[in-house]
Design a protein around this ligand. Structure first.
Ligand code: UD1
Length: 361
């Protein structure tokens, strides 16, 4: 009997985590029967299909097409669709990734119909319950049957929360598997030429967290201060649709020294990060990718659920005050460099370890 797996993806950061697992599972067709289920939380070509193509992921077996809604509506609709799907497929294990709404929805539905859930990227905690992702992380971990951890802080949090040790496995960072296997190809991207920028002479920026972008006034102040940095060095800003909607309501002057682009594909963005002098972000995954690449990262958040990127890697937490962010970026650009190392088990072999473990569960 093959082990039936349902892998749940929905939003952009899920795709680079599911892809290595799909590729590894495909090596054992006699042992595993994987189903890829896409909730449709992200649906724009640049946020979804392009990633499937570049990561050479098979087309989803099931696409729920839920789309953008309020948290409750989106999560609820994903749950309804997944329940039907799980009852139909009857997987032995449901596998969820990261911390998006699709992750939590998948875990809740599976448990309520007594199916096993494994969470990949478990144990991360920002201790900031105002972040929707923190709610998703806590709920998902609390009800999962097996927890694959990406960094050592995850081990500590799960133990502190009383999770039995035999449910936890330090597998490493699966998103880094995607990075390792695509870096060579990404280096061939002509994105620098297309944007007329040069290696090590620009800042790459991303920003989409509700805490930074949902309030128009504070977003405008933050962009103006970042724009000041843009007087000295080009800033490239591939802009998430959530942020773009807000900026479209504003006066052009707030982004006057910032080069805005559409969201980039995986390969172009990897190239952009790897050649940047500094990356300015509020993303979770980018804090990890810059640490792997040894690129300086300034994070526009009050906290991080990925402390290894600060303790071991090249990341710094600047908070969300525009003046503090400005000062920290300036200091790094002026040569205050963090050396950084690659964290333990971020080696491109996490999917291998997870698949081996899944075979034993
Ligand atoms: C979601 C995740 C977040 C992750 C981010 C990566 C949750 C709670 N949040 O946030 O953790 O870092 O994805 O991108 O799951 N939109 C489009 N096209 C799309 C998708 C979204 O235009 O394909 C717009 C919609 O107007 C929508 C807004 O972006 O209202 C936000 O999308 P949503 O999926 O709710 O959250 P993200 O901010 O993308």
């Amino acid at each position: 009997m093959r082990i039936k797996l349902a892998l749940i993806v929905g939003a952009r950061p899920n795709f680079m985590k599911a892809a290595p697992l799909m590729h590894e599972l495909a090596k054992f067709p006699d042992k595993f029967e994987p189903y890829l289920i896409h909730t449709g939380q992200h649906y724009d070509h640049n946020l979804s299909q392009l990633f499937f193509e570049q990561l050479k992921m098979p087309k989803p077996d099931i696409y729920l097409g839920v789309g953008s809604k309020s948290h409750a509506e989106q999560t609820g609709e994903i749950m309804v669709g997944l329940e039907r799907t799980f009852l139909d497929i009857r997987p032995d294990w449901v596998i969820v990734f990261g911390d998006v709404n699709s992750t939590m929805a998948g875990a809740i539905v599976a448990k309520k119909i007594h199916m096993n859930v494994a969470h990949v990227e478990a144990g991360l905690r920002s201790f900031d319950i105002d972040m929707p992702e923190e709610v998703n992380r806590i709920v998902t971990d609390r009800i999962s049957d097996f927890l694959f951890v990406s960094e050592s802080s995850g081990l500590k949090h799960l133990k502190d929360e009383g999770v039995p040790e035999d449910k936890i496995y330090f597998a490493g960072n699966i998103m880094i598997d995607s990075l390792v296997s695509h870096l060579e190809l990404a280096r061939q991207s002509d994105i620098l030429k297309r944007l007329s920028i040069r290696t090590n002479e620009f800042v790459a920026m991303t920003m989409h967290r509700p805490a930074n972008v949902d309030d128009a006034n504070s977003l405008a102040l933050l962009l103006e201060r970042i724009s000041d940095i843009g007087r000295d060095i080009p800033i490239v800003f591939p802009c998430h649709p959530r942020t773009k909607k807000q900026i479209e309501q504003m006066n052009d002057t707030v982004t006057k020294n910032i080069q805005m682009t559409e969201p980039l594909g995986y390969l172009d963005f990897l190239k952009l990060q790897s050649e940047a002098k500094l990356v300015l972000t509020d993303s979770g995954g980018i804090q990890e990718e810059t640490t792997y690449l040894g690129v300086q990262c300034v994070t526009m958040r009050k906290n991080t659920e990925r402390p290894v990127t600060v303790d071991v890697g090249t990341n710094r937490i600047a908070g969300i005050n525009p003046d503090n962010i400005y000062a920290m970026v300036k200091s790094v650009l002026d040569g205050n460099i963090k050396k950084g190392e690659i964290p333990k088990l971020w080696d491109g072999k996490t999917a291998e370890r997870i698949v081996a473990k899944l075979g034993e569960l």
